[in-house]
Design a protein around this ligand. Structure first.
Ligand code: FES
Length: 376
């Protein structure tokens, strides 16, 4: 028994709504027996003695808690307001530099931070409200079987079928079908809105990479893009690439990227040099050779199965292996798939050298890189 329990709702109650200051209250039939308010057949749940909150006994503490909760909700409103203003006011292409991290998109950062503040304010306010001001009750109830008895289940089925019968859905099918059509169509605008805001299709998105040459300001074709070694971001000379070696490559345009991870995920390339005699004598091998430079060839590093980085080059067999599901590509045959679940070859990047002997790509990929699930 707690002789000093206040009457502010900080009590354990019976299902009938009656209050008691006992430590634990049962909720089934209200028969109290034994000490502590529990019937004798209840095992002691082992709850610690109930501790009453400051706000239950002190009105000033309650008002202070009220102000704190309102402040947290106010912070949430402020976060939402700034989110909305930023959404319309900040140009989506604005970037800024974060020391130690690199370039970042200003709009994404502001939206993320303000959304976090907004959600945190609501969450923190609700938790604080629950802990300080909401009714503080502890109840014990025997767990009853989840399944209803057969009679109740049959009655529920009768009620549902009877409701349909009373509404004459069975006798008037036109009502049933027109209602279904109306409700189905009603959902369509929401589905279209969601689908329309999902962004471009993967095919379109994966067809553009930062290897694509942009026209220069005077309308002339843009300059070829140098191949940079990853992660040093230094240009690569054809003479640096010896037979059997492999380089991880990014385009020179990566240095100006404002979407580092996104651009890198699509533009990563593997560069290898083979003896030109190693290429297959058939059409595939000869095309691969022509798009390369003296046996140096460049292929997208993104597996065409589900997009893992193709990481392993076997010098002896000239095979590229994806570690995720073991798709294997034959470099001597235009990277055709010779094993595994991938369905199409790795896209090849056409390369040549500039006047200074550095490897460059005179044009972007001719096909989308990465997974090809959008083709199925
Ligand atoms: S992602 Fe490469 S084999 Fe599955």
């Amino acid at each position: 028994m707690n002789d000093h329990a206040p009457s502010s709702g900080n009590e354990r109650t019976t299902p009938a709504g009656g209050s008691t200051s006992t430590d634990v209250v049962r909720l089934d039939d209200g028969h109290h027996a034994g000490t502590g308010g529990l019937p004798a057949r209840f095992p002691d749940p082992g709850l610690p003695p109930h501790v009453h909150r400051l706000a239950d006994a002190d009105d000033r503490a309650a008002r202070r808690a009220e102000r704190q909760v309102a402040t947290m909700f106010g912070i949430s409103m402020l976060g939402t307001f700034v989110f909305l203003v930023a959404y319309f006011a900040i140009d989506a292409s604005t970037g800024f530099f974060i020391p130690g991290i690199g370039n970042a998109n200003l709009l994404n950062v502001v939206l993320g931070v303000t959304m976090a503040i907004s959600l945190f304010g609501i969450g923190a306010g609700a938790v604080h409200w629950a802990k300080t001001l909401m009714p503080d009750e502890e109840s014990v109830e025997e767990r009853h079987p989840q399944r209803s008895d057969d009679a109740s289940r049959a009655q529920a089925v009768d009620i549902i079928l009877g409701g349909g019968e009373k509404a004459q859905l069975g006798r008037r099918p036109i009502l049933k079908y027109s209602l279904g059509g109306a409700l189905g169509l009603f959902a369509l605008p929401f589905v279209l809105q969601v689908a329309g805001s999902l962004g471009p299709t993967p095919k379109h998105e994966l067809a553009e990479t930062i290897w694509d040459i942009k026209p220069s300001g005077d309308g002339k074709p843009g300059a070829p893009i140098r191949l940079l070694r990853d992660p040093e971001l230094t240009p690569v000379k054809a003479s640096d690439v010896t037979i059997g070696s492999v380089f991880h490559i990014l385009p020179e345009t990566f240095k100006d990227s404002t979407h580092l991870l996104e651009d890198k995920a699509k533009a990563a390339v593997l560069l290898m040099r083979l003896d030109p005699d190693n290429f297959d004598a058939g059409a595939q091998g000869q095309k691969a050779l022509q798009w390369g430079y003296q046996g140096i060839v460049a292929y997208s590093k993104i597996c065409t199965h589900v997009g893992c980085p193709v990481g392993l080059y076997e010098q002896q067999t000239h095979h590229l292996l994806c570690p995720c599901h073991q798709s294997t590509y034959d470099v001597t045959k235009d990277c055709e798939v010779i094993f595994g679940p991938a369905k199409r070859p790795l896209p090849q990047l056409k390369i040549t050298v500039d006047d200074a002997g550095y490897l460059v790509a005179p044009e972007g990929f001719h096909e989308p890189v990465g997974p090809s699930f959008w083709e199925r």
